[in-house]
Design a protein around this ligand. Structure first.
Ligand code: UN1
Length: 500
């Protein structure tokens, strides 16, 4: 396979070339893993608190470069300025959390069943970690893998989305400047098919010990199958069809604000974006009217301006969104904009901020009348499209919220604690918001999903340590004789026939 050139363009201004890169073949991926393998041992020998100091330096550098990195995020993938700053803040938060973990990485001391013997547990790094990430969170989500993996003493080969290659380079430059050795962190630009081949070859050569993947459920399934053949369990963060349930006792102003941000913030291109808004039948009509009016009035356009959302990340994301418009059926009602599809001067949106012909902009779409048998009920749309449906009871809403098999994020708006607890207990999602957006998880809680959204792995906080370390059990017998477990044990004399 020969190398190919890739051009990363500003999706809000297609004349603006952000950078170019060479997409390498599978051999280069394997070579990076081999170099990482050689470098990892030395890195793991550095005491964890000292690796924590490197992460501390990285955090300071990300903080010092926050505005520049956020501007690059906006320029390369079109995320609005405020969200781009938030995204870089999430990287800083992740560094802040893990710099201290270098001084913990706790193991346990455990009593033995025999005298003069002690038991211990240790966390060992897994080795070489291969990370494959999506374009929609080009800094924050990679940092959830990179920072803890490096802190735990692993070497990393990172394959970012091509559309976010400039941001990826900046991330790696910061981490190298902070003191991560060059061969401990590799960046590989490659397309999906090449990555699959390279990964298989690297797994075959026993050069990769763990894979972390954020992206579609379809590709996650392939990675799960591939790594399973090598007796590995990948860390998979996949799609979502995230429900938001609005109960009759909800604060409706709050729910409206939450639905607008969850559904259309980031142009719906978050794995945590709102999929279907489930409205109690008593409030459906009034709520939908207000929601449609808010969406129709929302400012959309140039992501450097004060807008709700900017462009789609790339043409492929726009095309994917357009393909979902074909799933709208006659029993649905479409609301939210002056038109649907791509926003252009020929297909305008009233109040658009900037020149729509310069980029990949899409009209927001509300599709009312979603039923469980609709394709839109069960399809992750990853764009500015929000479904709306109704329910009569909380149990019915929860069944609808779970029924498609995704289980990433979820939200309920209510003022009744009993509804909150019932929802929390029965919802299949890994993340639950109460009176809050489905998106916007904080960087130190477990992040991940169930069912079609992932294989149960969790990122962030202390929970991700189980992805990037393996437990080692140590027993140390200092009795000076062979004490056989389960056999050479001393039990206290007792009387089993005793009764009061
Ligand atoms: C993603 O879309 O892959 O919870 C991650 C959120 C963000 C992360 C989203 N903190 O919306």
């Amino acid at each position: 396979m020969t190398d190919q050139e890739f051009t990363s363009r500003n999706p809000a201004d297609l004349d603006d070339v952000v950078t170019t890169c060479t997409l390498v073949g599978p051999g280069a991926f394997v070579d990076a893993c081999a170099a990482a393998r050689l470098a990892q041992r030395e890195w793991a020998r550095m005491p964890a608190p000292m690796r924590g100091r490197v992460i501390a330096q990285a955090g300071r550098l990300f903080e010092a470069n926050k505005a520049a990195l956020a501007a690059l995020v906006t320029r390369e993938i079109g995320k609005v300025a405020a969200e781009a700053l938030g995204e870089v803040q999430e990287v800083i938060d992740t560094c802040d959390f893990f710099l201290g973990e270098g001084r913990r990485l706790y193991g346990q001391t455990v009593p033995s069943e025999m005298p003069s013997k002690q038991l211990f547990t240790f966390r060992n790094p897994v080795g070489v970690v291969s990370i494959i990430t999506a374009a929609n969170f080009p800094a924050a989500v990679p940092s959830w893998y990179l920072i803890p993996a490096l802190l735990c003493g692993n070497a990393v080969v990172w394959k970012p989305a091509e559309h976010a290659i400039a941001v990826a380079r900046a991330m790696v430059d910061v981490l190298h400047a902070a003191g991560i050795p060059r061969d401990v962190l590799h960046l590989v630009a490659a397309d999906g098919a090449t990555t699959a081949t390279g990964l298989q070859q690297a797994l075959d050569a026993r050069l990769v010990d763990k894979v972390g993947f954020t992206g579609s459920t379809a590709v996650g399934r392939q990675i799960g199958e591939l790594t399973g053949r090598y007796l590995q369990s990948a860390c998979l963060e996949l799609g979502g069809k995230n429900p938001m349930v609005v109960m009759p006792d909800a604060n409706l102003d709050l729910a409206l604000e939450g639905a607008l941000f969850a559904g259309f913030g980031t142009a719906g291109q978050r794995c945590t974006s709102l999929g279907t808004l489930w409205l109690h039948e008593s409030l459906h009509d009034a709520f939908l009217d207000r929601f449609a009016a808010l969406v129709a009035a929302a400012r959309i356009g140039d992501p450097r301006q004060d807008v709700l959302y900017g462009p789609m990340i790339d043409e492929a994301y726009l095309k994917n969104h357009l393909s979902h418009l074909a799933l709208i059926q006659p029993h649905h009602r479409v609301l939210g904009s002056t038109s649907t599809g791509r926003i252009t001067s020929q297909n305008p949106r009233i109040g658009f901020v900037g020149d729509p012909d310069r980029g990949w902009f899409a009209h927001p779409v509300i599709v009312d009348g979603i039923r469980s048998e609709d394709a839109l009920y069960a399809t992750e749309t990853f764009g500015p499209l929000v479904g709306v449906g109704t329910f009569a009871t909380l149990d019915e809403a929860i069944d609808l919220a779970n029924g498609h098999g995704y289980g990433l994020s979820s939200a309920i708006y209510t003022s009744d604690p009993a509804s909150v607890w019932r929802f929390r207990e029965r919802i299949s999602a890994g993340m639950v918001s109460v009176n809050n957006s489905t998106s916007g998880a904080e960087a130190h809680l477990p992040f991940g999903g169930n069912g079609l959204s992932g294989n149960g792995s969790r990122q962030s906080g202390i929970w991700v340590l189980d992805q990037f370390t393996r437990w080692q059990a140590l027993n140390w017998d200092y009795s000076g004789r062979l004490q056989k477990a389960q056999m050479d044990i001393v039990e206290a004399p007792h009387d089993p026939t005793f009764r009061i």
